[in-house]
Design a protein around this ligand. Structure first.
Ligand SMILES: O=CC(=O)O
Length: 554
């Protein structure tokens, strides 16, 4: 029997390729299609009832207002194979619930990149040239009483400005490329790992080369603070995840220049609306352009951000070109048909449902394995161990950073110190000095550990100073390590504590591993154990909404 597929919004086959594909698959008897036929969001009860009838294998759904959660997945039961959302973002989908049930997820990130980047650039221009305010003045008939004067409706120029892009995936990069034509002079970008440069394999549009061709300096911001401080235009293009929710909040906005503009083409909740409103009203920020707002689509004419003259609000039209929507519908339908096994269809984009904790562990595992091997089998060559330790530390760096945001180490530390979670504002000089002292102690401790290792090595070498053993790059196995080599490194069985995420194995005698995280902030002792296929759940002692969640991978 042909697989049953549910479609939650009509897709006009004359304009939307996905609609035509689905119609044909239905006519050819390749699927049984159940459609929601009204041109408005699917009624949740209708959908649940339809799913409870049983046998549904695929669901083509939309982003707006269609939550894919436990209740819906339970209603669908075990026949469900694929959720295909006609959107790039999938923050409406409970990915853990899908993973638990073995349901696959498809999304449509590529088809809308250009359209969304256009709107990002448009909002930069609209906000900085006060287009919303200007159009409103004309519509309200105020032009005749608004004689020209030198500063009437003046904004800030893009020429020579610094653009900040938060979330430097395809949309972020293409938004920047659009803006290069306006003679901006510098771009700072940030992914979920501030300070980490764009992986060239993720430079989808030759962005780095094009920027330098335009004479535009482009580099990762060292921190979110630097991003906030330096940019004249900040465009948010990141996915909405627990760690990006509210990332543009009061403390971020407080660091921005009063002449700067914020543009949000990501998701409403990435920006704290109240904090933004306060910054705009108090003229701590020059203006904002929002394609997305928390609470959409229920944003009435009386919404304070709509009423705020320096803010221009669009009704989430980032992907609203016929071409983008047609491509999105095509990709969503392809994902669905491939997911239910209709011959001749391939996934356009499957979202990997590997959860973030696991990804991090997988990244660091090979290096840890290598380190253990060195320590176990090669105790005599302390120089090699020291080098492997260094290498491990290098590998661990993103892990440390992500772990910090994963568990909100800083917040936890602040709570231990009795500080407000919105910490930076609350750190007094004593706190800063204490933090600095901790960081210095950690660094000294580290240096001591290095010295101890060298001493131990000297002893084991019958008194011959190991420093005398010349470091020969030719002999250094880590010189050659690249991603491929790393992936192929034999990984010894990891000791149970490591699988249980209990930290690194004990260091060899006389050597300390750098367990102190940078800035002296230790990883809190793990409060949980998990099996190989399970995921660690962050400790919850601070209550769910206080604890930051896993970092996104942009
Ligand atoms: O916002 C639009 C999308 O995620 O497709």
């Amino acid at each position: 029997m042909a697989p049953k597929v549910i479609l939650t919004r009509p897709l006009d086959p004359t304009l939307l390729e996905g609609g035509a594909l689905l119609d044909r698959a239905e006519q050819d008897g390749k699927i049984q299609l159940v459609r929601w036929t009204q041109d408005k969001p699917v009624d949740r009860q209708w959908l649940l009832d339809e799913l409870r009838k049983g046998g549904t294998e695929g669901l083509v759904c939309m982003h707006n207002g269609e939550k894919i959660d436990d209740e819906l997945l339970d209603a669908a039961g075990p026949s469900l194979k694929v959720i295909a959302t006609m959107s790039a973002g999938y923050d409406h989908v409970d990915t853990a619930a899908l993973k638990k049930r073995g349901v696959r997820l498809g999304s449509t990130p590529d088809a809308l990149t250009a359209a969304t980047a256009d709107v990002g650039a448009m909002l930069v221009l609209m906000a900085s040239r006060r287009a919303g305010e200007s159009v409103r003045a004309v519509i309200d008939g105020k032009w005749p009483s608004m004689p020209w004067n030198p500063l009437l409706l003046c904004g800030q120029s893009l020429k020579g400005s610094t653009v900040g892009i938060l979330g430097f995936g395809k949309i972020g990069q293409l938004t920047l490329k659009r803006l290069l034509g306006f003679d901006v002079s510098r771009c700072l970008y940030s992914t979920s790992r501030p300070g980490v440069a764009l992986d060239p394999s993720k430079d989808y549009f030759n962005t780095l080369a094009t920027a330098s061709f335009h004479g535009v300096e482009i580099r990762p911001a060292e921190s979110y603070d630097e991003l906030a401080r330096e940019c004249d235009f900040l465009v948010t293009c990141c996915p909405l995840t627990p760690s990006t929710q509210g990332i543009i909040g009061a403390s971020f906005l407080a660091k921005m220049k009063p002449t700067a503009y914020l543009v949000n083409t990501a998701r409403g909740p990435v920006v704290d609306s109240d904090a933004l409103l306060a910054a705009l009203r108090e003229k701590r920020l020059a203006g904002a352009g929002l394609d997305v707002v928390t609470g959409e689509p229920n944003i009435g004419a009386d919404h304070p951000l709509v009423l705020e003259p320096s803010c221009v609000v669009l009704p989430h039209i980032g992907s609203a070109t016929v071409q983008a929507r047609s491509g999105m519908s095509r990709d969503a339908v392809k994902n669905c048909l491939a997911g239910v096994g209709v011959e001749g269809f391939e996934w356009a984009n499957e979202v990997p449902l590997v959860l973030e904790h696991r990804k991090l562990l997988l990244t660091i595992q090979p290096a840890v394995g290598q380190y253990i091997k060195e320590s176990d089998t090669n105790l005599a060559t302390d120089v090699a161990i020291a080098r492997s330790k260094r290498f491990l530390r290098m590998m661990a760096q993103p892990f440390e950073q992500s772990t910090k945001s994963l568990w909100g180490i800083e917040e936890i530390m602040d709570k231990q110190r009795g500080l407000d979670p919105d910490r930076s504002a609350d750190l007094n000089e004593d706190d800063i000095a204490a933090l600095q002292a901790e960081a210095d102690a950690a660094a000294a401790h580290d240096a001591m550990a290095d010295e101890e290792a060298a001493l131990l090595a000297t002893e084991q070498n019958g008194g011959e100073d190991v420093a005398m053993q010349q470091y020969d790059p030719e002999d250094d196995p880590y010189q050659e390590i690249d991603d491929a080599a790393l992936a192929s490194m034999a990984l010894p069985d990891l000791p149970q504590p490591l699988l249980g995420f209990q930290g690194l194995p004990p260091p060899p005698p006389g050597m300390q591993l750098p367990m102190q995280m940078d800035e002296g902030l230790p990883i809190p002792p793990p409060q949980f154990n998990f099996g190989e296929d399970e995921l660690p759940i962050p400790p919850k002692q601070y209550g769910e909404d206080e604890l930051p969640q896993p970092p996104p991978f942009l």
